[in-house]
Write a protein that binds this ligand. Structure first.
Ligand code: BGC
Length: 766
């Protein structure tokens, strides 16, 4: 039976390959014929991607963009919403342009469309690849029902600096976890790679190293060794490319002194040469023009530089549109370079099926049935609850009972505009569920909920404005801060338990939202202190788009639930977890520092020549600080549950392996508490000796499991030579013989360990 299945699978895979080859031959014929008809101007027009501006339905044809579309000067448009508008614009391209080439319609569909899922940093804390894939699939279904065929997601930038606001948009600090998520997202958006009308093309961004901006300041310079690039930052981009992502977006930052947008090493040597990427590359917003500010020359020079580096499409800046023809005449670019870029964009349109049916993604009926459905909202609620990370829970204060009086206090408590988080451009904030609404719906008449705002988000109105809060109809309480706090304290005093919804607003993270201070704004800290002084048990429900420095809060607050920004259903999901209808299972994908001075702090660091001895926190002439230990507040992989999990010792199936062999590492995990719970069992490895120094731990596998109270399960991981490989000094991907450690546990700190050896012929070991 097994053999038959294998043969069937083999024949099936051959037929898919033959089919794909046949299709690509057909595609080539079609595009060859089309390009023969195209003028140079029309080819350059395909490379142009304007933003939608203020197009309104019915006026598309008369707008400036309408005019350009008619003249064949636009390849695609982005951030235009509603199927009616998109259909109208596509109609101009199809009926009024000379060659009737359909347009791409892009959008930043980053963590959901109208049904908003948790911000990507929160999503990554689910460690649940099926759930993440599902979120992208629903996003694709909704976006495609509203005319969109291309999303600027997934964002896979590794980030280790919580000052950088865009840490909210990615999957955290780890290359392995980031790669699994990149793959899941691409699969969710693109399906099996043959586009249907409910899947859309992914765009991996921001290539590359955008998350390593110096000092965490957005758009800042990046500079790192090649070894670090290959081992620690490139894997998630590569995973997305290997998963078939149709497009890639260049990052704003420079790399080795050359802006990514003009960087041939990245766009051609690595992406196309080493990884075999076949899709197209788009710049980020005015990325080409910004090379003038980087100091790379005038618009004509930087546009030519970008094209020659391997960029195909120019977002917004129109450097290609306005200068490439002249560069061609001046001999600064070649016809072949323009043709190659144009061909890649036409190929994307072909693969999306737009030449067959330009209105494939413009089904007015689907817009009515497929967006913000009850089923999608239910999934969003479940995923949001999984993304929350329980950071502290003294004496099992959580879950709380649906009885008595609950005081809900804080500027994030009744703030539905803040629930979706950064990058939810298509969402209607008024449909989001606030914490207040979520709690009220959950308790009904069983408990009394009292509410007070307690504080503004920040005392500084200018800061609030900069963080974009006013843009979201945020209302400020103009009374003196102390008066607002006193009112909240009076409310809290009448309660049995206080739920304090504090932290950052949605726009305090995300693009252009870097912070040099990563604590909860002071006015809210003062509110928390006042609430704690009432002597009532206080649960801190923490909203944030980045790891915060929470030392004080950790030392003084009995329970902390980190809820990131949970999306449309955030308030309901928060109620599910607070009342114990859902047991929290989220695990951090970034390290939380004790204070800002420790940043960057990440689990997979190097040992140095002067590491601290185990358990010590200060030793003279060792690598440490005088005023704080090297430990994080919460390590990577950390997160509590309403139950407890215990781990047995690690058993290895053998003590050594040859390169062709495998070993199995097994632990028994037991739910030693009283309720069912989910645990993420994590496998780490350390290469003890190498030709280059190796990290003290590297995540190499994980399994999310569910155990009933009292239940035990054996969990095994296979380890083979592929898990031991790294890029050496010569950038060769190798595994080196010698000693390794295996660690298994529920976070990167609390682990059980065992040792094994990788043997190699000729070193005297076998
Ligand atoms: C961001 C990108 C985004 C683009 C289009 C840029 O400012 O960096 O992530 O996709 O705008 O909205």
């Amino acid at each position: 039976m097994k053999k038959t299945l294998t043969i069937v699978a083999f024949i099936f895979s051959i037929s898919i390959t033959v089919h794909a080859q046949h299709n690509s031959a057909k595609m080539k014929l079609f595009i060859d014929a089309l390009m023969k008809k195209m003028t140079v101007d029309e080819k350059i027009g395909q490379l142009n991607l304007p933003g939608s501006g203020d197009i309104v339905t019915g006026q598309a044809a008369n707008s400036d963009i309408g005019k350009k579309i008619r003249e064949g000067k636009v390849g695609g448009l982005f951030n235009i919403k509603t199927v009616a508008k998109i259909r109208a614009v596509q109609k101009v391209a199809m009926e009024e342009s000379r060659l009737k080439i359909p347009l791409l319609f892009g959008m930043d569909v980053i963590h959901g469309y109208e049904t908003v899922f948790p911000i990507p940093l929160g999503l990554s804390c689910t460690w649940d690849m099926k759930a993440i894939e599902k979120s992208a699939q629903i996003a694709a279904m909704e976006a495609s029902a509203d005319g969109i065929n291309w999303t600027f997601s997934p964002m896979v930038d590794i980030a280790r600096d919580p000052r950088w606001g865009r840490i909210a948009e990615g999957s955290g600090e780890d290359a392995y976890l980031g790669s699994q998520i990149a793959k899941a997202m691409v699969k969710g958006y693109q399906g099996d790679g043959v586009f249907k009308n409910n899947t859309i093309m992914a765009c991996v961004k921001h290539f590359a190293f955008y998350g390593a901006a110096e000092a965490g300041r957005d758009y800042n310079t990046t500079d790192m060794s090649r070894v670090r690039m290959y081992n620690e930052y490139l894997p998630p981009y590569k995973a997305a490319v290997d998963a078939g992502a149709g497009s890639v977006m260049a990052s704003f930052n420079e790399v080795d002194g050359i802006p990514a947008t003009g960087n041939k090493f990245l766009m051609t040597d690595v992406l196309r040469g080493q990884w075999g990427f076949k899709g197209f590359v788009v710049t980020d917003y005015t990325g080409i023009n910004e090379m003038m500010d980087h100091g790379m020359g005038n618009l004509q020079t930087v546009s030519a530089l970008a094209l020659k580096a391997g960029i195909d499409m120019d977002m917004v800046g129109e450097g290609f549109l306005t200068t490439l023809k002249k560069s061609l005449q001046d001999g600064k670019v070649t016809p072949a370079q323009i043709d190659a870029a144009c061909r890649r964009i036409l190929e994307a349109k072909y693969k999306l099926g737009l030449f067959e049916d330009p209105y494939r993604y413009c089904d007015i009926n689907r817009a009515k049935t497929d967006i913000f459905t009850d089923a999608s909202r239910k999934t969003a609620r479940e995923i949001a609850a999984q993304s929350f990370v329980l950071l502290k829970n003294t004496n099992n204060l959580l879950p709380i009972k649906k009885s008595g009086t609950i005081a809900l206090i804080g500027p994030l408590a009744d703030a539905k505009e803040n629930m979706p988080g950064t990058w939810s451009v298509a969402a209607d904030f008024t449909k989001a569920v606030s914490v207040l609404a979520g709690l009220q719906a959950a308790v009904g008449t069983k408990a009394k909920i009292l509410y007070a705002k307690g504080a503004n988000l920040d005392a500084d109105t200018l800061f609030e404005q900069r963080a974009g809060m006013f843009g979201k109809a945020f209302t400020r309480d103009s009374r003196p801060a102390q008066q607002i706090i006193d009112e909240a304290v009076a409310v809290a005093s009448q309660s049995d338990v206080v739920v304090a919804a504090l932290g950052e607003s949605a726009e305090m993270s995300g693009e252009s939202s870097s912070r040099s201070d990563i604590e909860i704004p002071q006015v809210q800290q003062e509110l928390l202190m006042a609430l704690l002084k009432t002597g009532k048990p206080v649960v801190l429900v923490l909203f944030t788009g980045r790891p915060l420095a929470l030392k004080w809060e950790h030392d003084h607050t009995p329970a902390i639930l980190n809820v990131w920004f949970g999306g449309s259903e955030a308030g309901s999901a928060i109620a599910d977890v607070l009342f114990g209808d859902v047991n929290p299972s989220g695990k951090l994908s970034t390290t939380f520092p004790q204070n800002i001075g420790q940043v960057p702090i990440f689990y997979n660091h190097k040992n140095t020549g002067r590491p601290l001895e185990n358990g010590k926190w200060f030793q003279k002439f060792r690598s440490n600080y005088l005023d704080v230990s090297n430990d994080p507040l919460y390590p990577f992989g950390y997160g509590l549950s309403y139950t407890n999990f215990t781990y047995s010792a690690v058993e290895l199936s053998r003590g050594s392996i040859k390169p062709s062999e495998k070993l199995t590492a097994t632990v028994t995990v037991t739910n030693s508490g009283t309720v069912t719970g989910k645990e993420v069992v994590q496998l780490y490895i350390r290469d003890m000796v190498g030709s280059s120094t190796r990290p003290v731990k590297e995540l190499k596998g994980f399994q999310k499991i569910e155990l009933k109270a009292g239940e035990s399960k054996k969990i095994s991981f296979n380890i083979s030579v592929g898990d031991l490989k790294f890029y050496n000094y010569d950038l060769k991907y190798v595994a080196e013989p010698g000693d390794f450690k295996v660690f298994i546990g529920g976070n990167s700190r609390d682990v059980k360990e065992a040792d094994f050896k990788l043997l190699w012929k000729g070193n005297g070991e076998w």
